[in-house]
Design a protein around this ligand. Structure first.
Ligand SMILES: Nc1nc2c(ncn2[C@@H]2O[C@H](COP(=O)(O)OP(=O)(O)O)[C@@H](O)[C@H]2O)c(=O)[nH]1
Ligand SMILES: [Mg+2]
Length: 274
């Protein structure tokens, strides 16, 4: 399957982070500050895109009212309700060389974005945070029901995704061209969309690198263990059905691309480029 590689001559934004947001007026402000700080330190052109659908609080106002700065923040709306649909809208609206997403509660620390960028520039097709990684530091406060559900869910996911040990951490980055290709046909719009994304990546022959995360369970989750939990199992079953005939492709050719010169010297100082 043909996937055109990144092109240094035509891309302007090097890294774009999509933040799905549903009624996030309380958790979003600190997240935007933290994201801007972390992205600003990379010293390459970056952007944050918040995708809101159906929020009935001031989520949109928080984004619209964010002061302008070196890292632009834009707001998109998505007609269909659900985290997966929101992330898909943001990814498809991006023309960045690399695009990823994180949650509005910044549950996963973004202090390792330099490493993420280094891996992508070095030829990884996807870099995904994994709470199952032995070096991860995870502070979990989920209910026993959600924890048991997560164990069963991981078992179900193995029918679809074979090479990634944890699919649900909201911290994933991709080669932009590949992400747009994989998100375009996405059917799952709920919390299980990551399974479809990684299932499609695997079948394309993408090189997926799992990295450790510092993850803290931030209060205020939008995930209802019963309602979204059952829906997620159902979604995994339908993803497995949809992808059942898609062959696993041979590994994609490695596409490494040097990062552009920056004005601040941040990325160079951080050892991202020679
Ligand atoms: N736009 C949008 N974002 C959503 C929706 N549902 C969840 N999210 C976002 O998905 C992210 C993860 O949700 P969160 O409530 O933290 O769930 P948890 O961490 O899995 O318990 C947050 O940024 C939410 O605002 C939705 O329907 N629309
Ligand atoms: Mg959360």
């Amino acid at each position: 399957m043909e996937v055109s590689p990144p092109d240094a001559a035509t891309d302007h934004t090097v890294l774009e982070i999509v933040v799905p947001a549903f009624n996030e007026e309380h958790r979003l402000p600190d997240t935007l500050v933290g994201l801007r700080r972390a992205l600003g330190e990379l010293g390459v052109p970056c952007r944050v895109t918040v995708v809101d659908n159906a929020s009935i609080d001031d989520t949109a106002g928080i984004v619209a009212g964010a002061p302008s700065g070196a890292v632009p923040i834009r707001l998109l709306h998505c007609a269909e309700r659900g985290k997966g649909y929101a992330v898909r809208s943001g990814v498809l609206a991006s023309d960045a060389r690399y695009v990823g997403f994180c949650d509005a509660d910044l549950a996963t620390s973004v202090d390792d974005l330099e490493q993420v960028l280094t891996l992508l520039a070095g030829g990884a097709d996807a870099v995904v945070g994994s709470r199952a990684h032995p070096d991860s530091v995870v502070e979990e406060r989920h209910s026993p029901l959600r924890r048991w559900g997560a164990v069963a869910f991981r078992g179900a996911v193995r029918q679809v995704v074979r090479t990634v040990s944890e699919t649900q951490c909201g911290y994933k980055f991709f080669r932009g061209d590949l992400a747009r290709r994989v998100f375009e046909p996405l059917c799952c719009g709920g919390f299980a969309f990551d399974v479809e994304v990684l299932g499609r990546m695997e079948r394309l022959g993408a090189r997926v690198v799992e990295i450790p995360v510092n993850w803290v369970d931030v209060p205020g989750s939008r995930f209802s263990t019963v309602r979204h939990g059952w829906q997620s199992f159902f979604d995994v079953a339908s993803i497995a059905w949809r992808l059942r005939r898609v062959e696993i492709a041979p590994a994609l050719p490695i596409v490494g691309l040097p990062l552009p010169q920056d004005v601040t010297g941040g990325a160079a100082a951080a050892g991202l480029r020679p």
